[in-house]
Write a protein that binds this ligand. Structure first.
Ligand code: CA
Length: 223
């Protein structure tokens, strides 16, 4: 499996590259946001490890850019408390974070945990052969069946699943879709949700997408 590391500190990157390669991963290391983005636009990865402070930008902006075209799991490397607050706020589509300094073993464990959640066929326990929810090719699959989501609907579902079981407001969901802020735009989220629910209902899983009245929406029981 392929892992992309975007980190400008060689000492940290070397350690990560070493321990991941020792474990059999195919590792690509980049020192700038631009180089990492260019690579990920050309080639898929199974997971991205992303530093927040990069020479040509920050990891948060890069994460948002990646989320426009990819649902790849992203683990942030954070150094400071305020960075952790932003990652934990999970408004940027991150899947997990590890704080510096970290032990390589801890990082390896996080990477494996994250990949196990997304790649059941390769690594899951035998009792669960088909994953309940799975992101693949910009669509979500429920028990192996594709929902048939549009690009915008995929972004909405992805944001909800990534942040589950937290409630996301219409504004947060709109932000996740990167849609232009036209008038009445927050209502558009409601119509996307409606369309998503119809597709979920066809697969018998519409119960998972909940409305929190007065706040927004959330996803329940996707694991
Ligand atoms: Ca850095």
């Amino acid at each position: 499996m392929s892992i992309v590391i975007i980190e400008d500190e060689p000492a940290i990157a070397d350690t990560l590259v070493h321990i991941l390669e020792m474990d059999g991963f195919d590792v690509h290391w980049f020192t700038t946001a631009g180089a990492g983005l260019a690579h990920l636009q050309q080639q898929t990865a199974d997971l991205v490890i992303l530093d927040v402070g990069l020479p040509d930008g920050n990891g948060f902006d890069l994460c948002k850019q990646l989320r426009q075209f990819s649902a790849v799991p992203i683990i942030f490397l954070t150094a400071r408390g305020d960075e952790i607050d932003r990652v934990v706020g999970l408004e940027i589509g991150a899947d997990d974070y590890v704080t510096k300094p970290f032990s390589p073993r801890e990082m390896l464990a996080r990477v494996k945990l994250r990949l196990r959640k997304l790649q059941p066929a390769a690594t899951a326990t035998p009792v669960q052969s088909v994953k309940k929810w799975e992101a693949k090719n910009f669509d979500y699959y429920y028990q192996g069946m594709a929902l048939g989501l549009t690009a915008l609907e995929f972004k909405v579902v992805h944001a909800l699943i990534t942040h589950s079981p937290n409630v996301l407001s219409r504004a947060q969901l709109l932000d996740a879709t990167q849609a232009p802020a036209d008038c009445g735009y927050e209502r558009n989220i409601d119509s996307h949700i409606k369309a998503i629910r119809i597709k979920m209902k066809q697969l018998g899983c519409s119960e998972a997408l909940k409305t929190k009245r007065g706040f927004g929406y959330y996803f329940e029981g996707f694991m």
